[in-house]
Design a protein around this ligand. Sequence first.
Ligand code: FES
Length: 107
Amino acid sequence: MPKPARHVFVCSQARPPGHPRGSCAQKGCHEVVDEFTKQWQQRQLFAEVAVTPSGCIGPCSMGTNVLVYPEGVMYSNVTKADVTEIFEEHLIGGRPVTRLLTPASIW
Ligand code: FES
């Protein structure tokens, strides 16, 4: 198995309705996970990128949250519509998508 250059963790945490922390599932994270997986397959980036649904990664109220290593870049409020830009700019192009960065006061 090749070691990927980048590893994307997409929060897929769910919590019961009314939970004080909320969750990325309430913000549509499953659509985001599906879109990352679909594009990863379509783009055949199996050797370069790994995509893993994850548990909670922190700022639940700003979901969907996405964490990219090795840079440790976190994106917040990610929707399905943002996934193409993350692939093209960051995962392939190496330039983080500034407009989606989690605020520095949080991460
Ligand atoms: S539930 Fe997604 S960051 Fe906490």
